[in-house]
Design a binder for this molecule. Structure first.
Ligand code: DC
Length: 226
């Protein structure tokens, strides 16, 4: 972001929230409706974790990981994510990679290494960006800030259904446990922890479907544009 614009509102809708809150699907739909670009910032942390794994660099090695993050050989092309020309669209969604992403995301130098790359997604088309610190750090001048959440139980249920797994029993408990662990890690880290900023609209989607959630955000957008 150009510092001379720092006191103006940017053409960005920032959507932050915990894992499995549905923010990706919702943010992508809002972007399509408003003809804006979409940034899935979590994908950059996931790509960094995957790239480290492929390069046999331990997720605890901050300096090496930050150096990988600053030179990620990534391309976003026609809905696919390529790392070194290899299609990793599915591979980065693995829960283990999600945990690794959460671990490396706690390193300040990794966050700095990915900062400008995220801001570069903003063009005159405007952007809908989702993540954990879109409103607090990456786009603090966003014109609309949403904190999207849902109870851990509801999120675990949605994740189980997405994976075609039962919504009770041992596999469900494992999903719920993973979600709670990742929430705790993302909320308690020292840098850019997940938390709503003072000027965010909070949207609890526990009792809402995707369509209703998208509609709420579009309504807020129309109100602030009046
Ligand atoms: O949104 P996601 O589940 O794809 O994100 C994976 C991890 O990356 C998440 O647990 C924390 C980290 N992350 C972050 O620290 N900041 C962001 N803006 C996006 C993701």
């Amino acid at each position: 972001m150009n510092s001379s614009l720092s006191h103006q509102s940017s053409k960005v809708i920032a959507i932050d929230g915990p894992s499995a809150s549905g923010k990706g699907t919702i943010a992508e739909r809002v972007a399509a409706i408003l003809h804006r670009d979409y940034l899935d910032s979590g994908a950059l942390y996931r790509l960094t974790a995957l790239y480290a794994q492929q390069s046999q660099i331990d997720w605890s090695n901050e300096a090496e990981i930050a150096s990988l993050a600053s030179a990620l050989p990534v391309q976003f092309s026609e809905g696919k994510i390529l790392l070194h020309q290899q299609d990793v669209t599915q591979a980065i969604r693995d829960e283990k990679i999600g945990m690794g992403a959460s671990q490396i995301a706690a390193f300040p130098s990794v966050r700095v290494a990915l900062l400008q790359r995220q801001r570069d997604f903003l063009t005159e088309r405007g952007l809908v960006a989702d993540g954990r610190d879109m409103a607090s750090v990456v786009f603090p001048d966003a014109e609309l800030k949403i904190f999207l959440t849902a109870s851990a139980q509801v999120r675990a249920k949605r994740r189980a259904l997405q994976l075609g797994l039962p919504t009770h029993g041992a596999s469900f408990e494992k999903i719920l446990n993973d979600i709670e662990k990742r929430d705790a890690a993302d909320q308690s880290r020292a840098v850019a922890p997940l938390k709503p900023v003072a000027d965010a609209y909070t949207l609890d989607t526990s009792a809402l479907n995707i369509q209703e959630s998208v509609q709420k955000i579009l309504n807020w957008y129309r109100i602030i544009k009046k």
